[in-house]
Each structure stands twice: as structure tokens, then as C-alpha cells.
Design a protein around this ligand. Structure first.
Ligand code: NAI
Ligand code: MG
Length: 361
């Protein structure tokens, strides 16, 4: 038996606390069926109650507490009624992404049978791609400032920063992912017609990396038409690579075309495994439905599947567990039970239990 995977569990705020138990239930069921050994460590911080009690989102030694972990399984953070969102988010999740160098943000986008699609005429199978977003640099920097504030001369500057190191490692990851999938297509989000210095450079980085991946078909799309094609021709996409800002927008638009936000999972990866990677639903803490027990747990459960696949490097029992979880989700979306966001009247626990039951076989 190999060493068990060490997993930090942080439920966070709001419905994070309601969907996490269902995520864990399905993780345990999958681990048991496929003989994966998991050690789950629950931490009671990185939520707004901790901030109210201690004046900070996390203890000072948070990094040491998490450093022996292989992965972080995260619910959602934020409770704007008591703690401003920039405080809760920058005090927890964004610290993980930056300090653990989780430079790949991965968001699978898939249309399932049984889920109403906001695009007309689309059926399950028509939409099935992955957005690979750069997660550490690009347009999101702290470089800049305001001058002559409050006067007629007021100006503001905020720099975008793209490094060869940062761009190429992200692109390499995206090409490798595309190569591992049957269609072997990579769409690159760019804007080299308008942002005439950094975006032609970004295109060139992609061309340079592409030389190592002759079996992958690379297509460049300006971000404006790419957004339109996500709506009009979603079936043409397989893997989509983008800088931080473009990827942020695409990775909300994509899942929006496939139904409810309660389904969308994500992974924040440090592919070299120098630090733990983080797996979380795309949605937040949903204060408007918290406490009713009706949150859809599927995004949390699917994120757990991504975690097992990553931990096992896409092979063996981890890949099998991933595939079985996604299949169980497929079955439950088709046959029910369903939470109210999908038109059903089941609660969070009933959906989690149904998926776990399919996993148990
Ligand atoms: P949200 O994702 O929490 O909710 C948006 C809407 O979707 C709400 O109407 C909510 O009820 C619904 N929804 C979300 N998840 C659902 C689920 N699993 N099942 C059924 N319905 C679901 O976004 P919102 O309202 O903008 O933010 C609420 C809080 O969450 C804020 O504090 C925000 O900063 C935080 N947030 C945290 C994120 C994270 O931890 N990664 C991501 C997004 C928001
Ligand atoms: Mg976003």
C-alpha cells in the first residue's frame, strides 16, 4: 500500500458547509470502491466566523499547517453581511492560489442530459471542453497607482505583466492536456489586433510551445469572437487556454451555457506538486439559500473527482474513481433526485446520498 493522500478539508462559509459533507461522502465512497487511501484533515478556519473571532481569516501558521498536504478540498468563502468580500477572499483563497503557486485554473464545461441548456438546440455531448486559465499574473497585478487624485489631472495606471516563464508553463500544461484528449485541439484566447504589444507576444509564446506538440491543432481566436463562439458554436472547442482576465470571463461564460452554477467545478493546480493544489466549486457561499439545505452539491462532488484524478496523475484507481463519480453525476442528473436550481425538490443530502449510492455500485 502506498502512502495515503493527505487532504486538507476547509468548508468555509455559507453553503460551503452544506455541500462539503456531500463531497466527503462521495470521496469516501469512491475511495472505498477503488482502493484509494485518503487521509482527510478538517481545519476550522478560512471562514468569516474565524475572522470575527480573531481579526484574521486564518491563523498565522496556516502555511505550515497545510504544507504537508497533497491537496486542499475547499467549499466557498464569503459572508458579505459581516466581512467585506475583498477581506475574506484575499485573506484566504487568494493567498492559497498565490503562495502555493497554483498557476493553472482548470474549469471543465460540459452539458449533461437532464439539465436545461440556455442555448437553443444543444444536447448533451454538444458542449464538452475545458478552460485553462493562467492564475498568477497577467492583468491581475498590484502594479500601478493613481496620480493627481481628486483633481482634473487625475490619472490611473495599472500594468499587466506576462512573463515568459509564466506564459510558457501555462501553455505547456494546456498543450499536454489537449494531447491527452481524443480531439487534440487547443483554442488560444488572444487579442493581438487590439492589445498590440503583449498579445502578439502571447501568440508567439504559443507558437513556440506548439512546436513540441505537432499532434495538437492550435487555433487562435480574438477574445471578442471567442466569447461569441462559446455561445454560437460551443461544439468546436476542446481545450481553451487564456490569460488571467480572459480566462476569468470565459470560465464563467462557459459554465453559464450549460445550466446552473451549482454544477461547475474547478481546480487550482500547482502541476509540479511543490505545493498542494486546491479543488473547489465555482460558486460562492450563496447567502440567499444558506440554511435551507437545498444547495446543489454536484459542483463540490465533481471538484472532488478532479482532485482524485490529479492526485493519481490521471492514471489507475484515481482516474477510475474520477470517471465513476462523473458517471454517477450523469445518472443522477438524468434520473433525479434534483435540487430546486434544476427544477427538482430534493435537498442537498438526498442528492449527495444518491450519487454516493451509485458509486458504491
Ligand atoms: P454565489 O455563487 O454564492 O451565488 C450566486 C447565485 O447562485 C445565488 O443566487 C445562489 O443561490 C446560487 N447558487 C450558488 N451556488 C449554488 C448551488 N450550489 N446550488 C444552488 N444554487 C446556487 O455568488 P454571490 O452571491 O455573488 O456571492 C456570495 C458570496 O460568495 C460572496 O461573499 C462572494 O465573495 C463569495 N464567493 C466566493 C467564491 C469562492 O469561494 N470561490 C466564488 C464566488 C463568490
Ligand atoms: Mg470569476
Amino acid at each position: 500500500m502506498t502512502r495515503p493522500f493527505q487532504i486538507a478539508v476547509l468548508a468555509g462559509d455559507g453553503i460551503g458547509r452544506e455541500v462539503m459533507p456531500e463531497g466527503l461522502r462521495c470521496l469516501r465512497a469512491a475511495a472505498e470502491r477503488f482502493g484509494l487511501s485518503l487521509q482527510l484533515h478538517e481545519f476550522d478556519w478560512a471562514h468569516c466566523d474565524h475572522y470575527l473571532a480573531h481579526g484574521q481569516m486564518m491563523p498565522a501558521d496556516w502555511k505550515a499547517q497545510l504544507s504537508g498536504m497533497d491537496a486542499i478540498y475547499f467549499g466557498a468563502v464569503g459572508w458579505p453581511e459581516t466581512v467585506p468580500d475583498h477581506v475574506s477572499l484575499w485573506g484566504s483563497l487568494l493567498k492559497f492560489r498565490r503562495e502555493f503557486d497554483q498557476y493553472v485554473n482548470l474549469r471543465p464545461v460540459r452539458l449533461f442530459e437532464g439539465v436545461p441548456c440556455p442555448l437553443t438546440g444543444r444536447r448533451a455531448g454538444d458542449i464538452d471542453y475545458i478552460v485553462v486559465r493562467e492564475n498568477t499574473e497577467g492583468e491581475y497585478t498590484a502594479l500601478g497607482g493613481v496620480m493627481f487624485e481628486g483633481t482634473e489631472r487625475e490619472i490611473v495606471v495599472q500594468e499587466s505583466v506576462y512573463s515568459r516563464h509564466g506564459a510558457e508553463r501555462l501553455l505547456r500544461f494546456a498543450f499536454e492536456l489537449a494531447r491527452s484528449r481524443p480531439r487534440r485541439r487547443l483554442a488560444l484566447a488572444t487579442k493581438s489586433n487590439g492589445i498590440a504589444i503583449s498579445m502578439p507576444w502571447w501568440d508567439q509564446r504559443a507558437d513556440a510551445v506548439a512546436r513540441d506538440f505537432p499532434e495538437v491543432a492550435l487555433e487562435k481566436h480574438h477574445i471578442d469572437i471567442l466569447a461569441a463562439r462559446f455561445v454560437l458554436q460551443p461544439d468546436r472547442f476542446d481545450v481553451v487556454a487564456a490569460t488571467n482576465l480572459f480566462g476569468d470571463i470565459l470560465s464563467d461564460l462557459g459554465p453559464a451555457t450549460t445550466g446552473t452554477i451549482g454544477l461547475a467545478p474547478s481546480a487550482n493546480l500547482n502541476p509540479e506538486r511543490s505545493f498542494p493544489s486546491l479543488f473547489e466549486p465555482v460558486h460562492g457561499s450563496a447567502p440567499d439559500i444558506y440554511g435551507k439545505g437545498i444547495a446543489n452539491p454536484i459542483a463540490m462532488i465533481w471538484s472532488g473527482a478532479l482532485m482524485l484524478d490529479f492526485l493519481a496523475r490521471g492514471t489507475g484507481a484515481g482516474r477510475a474513481a474520477h470517471d465513476a463519480i462523473v458517471q454517477a453525476i450523469e445518472t443522477v442528473l438524468r434520473d433525479g433526485p434534483r435540487t430546486p436550481d434544476l427544477g427538482g425538490n430534493a435537498n442537498t443530502r438526498e442528492v449527495g446520498a444518491a450519487i454516493a449510492a451509485h458509486l458504491a455500485g
